[in-house]
Design a protein around this ligand. Sequence first.
Ligand code: AGP
Length: 598
Amino acid sequence: MCGIVGYVGNGNGVQFLIDGLNSLEYRGYDSCGIAGINGEVKVLKTVGRIKNLEDLVPEDLELSIGIGHTRWATHGGVNTTNSHPHQSFNKRFTLVHNGVIENFQELKDRFFKNVNLVSETDTEVIVQLVELFSNEGLTTKEAFLKTISKLQGSYALCLIDSEDKNTIYVAKNKSPLLVGIGEDCNYVGSDALAMIKYTNKFFEINDKEIVTVTKNDVVIENKFGEIITRDTFTPDIKHGEIDKGVYPHYMIKEIDEQSSAMRNILSKYFEDKKISIDAEIVEKVKEADRIYIIGCGTSYNAGLVGRHYFEKWAKIPTEVHLASEFAYNVPLLSKKPMFIFLSQSGETADLRAVLTKMKEVDKDYKFLVLTNVSASTLSRECDYTLLLHAGVEIAVASTKAYTSQIAILSILAYEVATQIGRKMKFNLEKELAVVTSAIDSILDDKKTIKNIANKLFTERNAFYIGRGVDYYSACEASLKLKEVSYIQTEGFAGGELKHGTIALIEKNTPVVALITNTKLDLNTRSNISEVASRGANTLVITLEKLARENDYAIPNVHEDLAPIVSIVVTQLFAYYAATGRGLDVDKPRNLAKSVTVE
Ligand code: AGP
């Protein structure tokens, strides 16, 4: 959460700072600001979107050094004072921060006991400490280092000093940060997307390193002050990929991209009709006596579907856990666990906490991450990575990453099952190709889906129900609907409604049932009758072969893979329910795309 940028160079950095923040806005959009040196230090900040900041920037502003920030508030309300950049009392030091300083209150009590700080943020303590230590006679770098040595928690920091317009001091711990290499200038950004319009050459920064960035040089030092030599890398993204193109919103663009993401997966994970996955990964999963799939939000929901494949096809016991629970409430682990992390961004702090904790428990544990971002923190820190190849996902609501995660979990489980000697009665490559065409035909039917959404989601509440894997799809469908339309929605196991939740059904309450498993068809239909007879406005989304009058029928696909298809209808429901209410579907309130704080 929060996005930060920095520029130092021969040119004017203002446009980069604004462009960079616009690209990072998905990480948080409560408030934003920039600061730079132009004779004196200029700080411009505002509540709301980057657009408001652009309106504040004078046309003739020139900054050869500057930093910027887009905020997702953690400490202190959403107002201009709490917005970044923050300055030290004497205004010499200016800083932006992404992360959470866990001991900020302790530091405040220790170093600023009877002093009124300007803001309510944890960040301000950092910049005030730099000033304090600099007043003791330390150089800026020494003061920065001393400050960092006192911090507990997560941080990505860019610091500038009004007395030195050539240097940005950069450091990180747990929060993401990259340095981009330019010509006669260098950049800093929370991710490559922020800088890809300007450069495709990046240095990664590891936790606890300190980096001194000038226009012609980037010096990386470890915590012992030793200089580190590191190669640059070029990520697999292109500037054009982050444009909305002809689409009004990223969410609908990304929903639409799901069939091409499936085709990408087919081409990356199959070769000459055989599955192509690193043999060591398959071996490690095969050897496991239990698989632990861990994720948050939509990724967690994808894990629930993935469990079905590992247990049904490969017969390996599999548990699915929420990362935020697992890290601090570790279940009794099996003798030979294998951990599979699911994370679109590869940056989610709750997952990183699990990784750190599990590495402490046993250094021989192995971790595989399925992520969409090749240079992400989790990809670097886990033993193995399987890339989603879904293309950049920018809308806060995850869509194409979800279907890609499920597809790749199915490929991994299928390969493991086959190698273990299980008789698989279908050809996965062919079935995934059928899934891809089925997604295409749903995407071609947007008009009908929009009409249904407009008629159905008219109330304050809504429910999705399903049994078996359809229950997991119901959970994801409801997460999608609630996060973008603010309709209060729950996903329920069909049979569970009558044990309490049915009390919430009123006249016209929308209840959507997902039925993609022949064996469970009648059971779920009974649940739908139960709510319909209490006034609910019901709809069934089902396979063509099971469809009845007034159902929404999706093309027939292999039943185990149907969650990849049925979910697309519900993603479109969420999109149309939100846009129909005039909401900002790409940036729903209170949310951020990449959740880098625990
Ligand atoms: C999805 O629509 C959400 N906004 C959110 O639940 C997301 O899936 C979750 O924060 C996990 O993110 P990750 O996949 O990048 O780890």
